[in-house]
Design a binder for this molecule. Structure first.
Ligand SMILES: Nc1ncnc2c1ncn2[C@@H]1O[C@H](COP(=O)(O)OP(=O)(O)OP(=O)(O)O)[C@@H](O)[C@H]1O
Length: 121
């Protein structure tokens, strides 16, 4: 494959991914809420002057929650596309996908408590 088309394709893919990110933020209620929480904890990070390590852990936690939420949304959309009717198998797939979001959300919540509770008490 010629070099040009490789780079052209990579740039195109980045464009599609950016479009996907904005679509997620525009259309999905749960990710909008997570985005607002991300802004609030980012503000808290500046307010409490958290350390570099705390910033890294906080940013990874935010990325994990929003990234997995994006994948969960994709699973929901594919599920609705392949089976619009009520189907226990689709219910199971959607439940475990939502469960994945819950796991990272609970752990991100614990990370937030570990960072900020000692600064508040
Ligand atoms: N086609 C289906 N067949 C069986 N159960 C379903 C089906 N669609 C949804 N469910 C059940 O309803 C739950 C919620 O599904 P839904 O697609 O509405 O997700 P949601 O959590 O409301 O998504 P959102 O992130 O958009 O709020 C699923 O976890 C599943 O238990």
């Amino acid at each position: 494959m010629p070099k040009e088309s490789f780079f052209k394709n990579r740039i195109k893919s980045v464009g599609y991914a950016l479009k996907g990110m904005f679509l997620l933020l525009q259309t999905e209620a749960s990710i909008k809420i997570q985005f607002v929480i991300a802004l609030v904890v980012t503000g808290a990070g500046f307010y409490f002057n958290i350390s570099n390590t705390e910033w890294m852990i906080q940013l990874v936690a935010i990325g994990m929650v929003m990234g997995i939420e994006g994948l969960n949304t994709a699973v929901e959309k594919i599920s609705d596309f392949i089976q619009p009717e009520n189907d226990p198998k689709i219910g199971f797939i959607k439940d475990i996908s939502a469960g994945a979001v819950m796991i990272v959300s609970i752990l991100a919540g614990i990370v937030g408590l570990l960072i900020y509770v000692p600064k508040l008490v």
